[in-house]
Design a protein around this ligand. Structure first.
Ligand SMILES: [Zn+2]
Length: 160
């Protein structure tokens, strides 16, 4: 996702590399249809009490992309759980306008959200995700460092 803070999005390439090497090859990274990703997006909207629905659009022209908090665009190759959750983490991030908008697109707060989603939707356990991300030199925000705003209400998503 492109953000106004892109120039300071210092761990973007590292996050992409971690995703590519560690996450994309997992058996739990299932291929999903557009309607399945749409259902996943609805679950995320409800869990995070988001102010609007997220529309999932299949596109042919680019890589995955989140537009504000309303739409995620996914080309066919990105119809997988990991790609979808990557973009949905950007959608959650956009909830915290003001605070989030000065944060890096793939910074520690985004990564915390991505990891919470990967854990919640059973791609990998949170403990393994945190260990692996740190092993790759990625910074993950602590739960206490997450910005104020809507929180997932159905379980303990922001545990350390
Ligand atoms: Zn991204």
């Amino acid at each position: 996702m492109k953000t106004i803070a892109e120039g300071r999005d210092v761990q973007r390439e590292k996050a992409y590399a971690w995703e590519r090497v560690v996450l994309h090859r997992l058996e739990t990274n299932k291929k999903l249809t557009t309607p399945e990703i749409q259902r996943l997006a609805h679950r995320v909207v409800i869990t995070y009490q988001m102010p609007s629905l997220i529309h999932v659009a299949r596109v042919t022209h680019n890589r995955g992309h989140a537009l504000a908090n309303h739409t995620i665009q996914l080309p066919d190759f990105a119809h997988t759980k990991v790609y979808a959750l990557h973009e949905l983490a950007h959608s959650v991030q956009s909830l915290y306008e003001g605070r989030w908008s000065v944060m890096a697109g793939h910074g520690p707060e985004w990564l915390r959200t991505f990891i919470e989603l990967l854990n919640r939707y059973k791609v990998m356990s949170k403990r393994e995700l945190l260990r692996s991300a740190r092993h790759y030199g990625l910074k993950v925000a602590s739960p206490k460092a997450m910005p104020a705003g809507p929180r997932p209400h159905s379980n303990r998503a922001y545990e350390p």
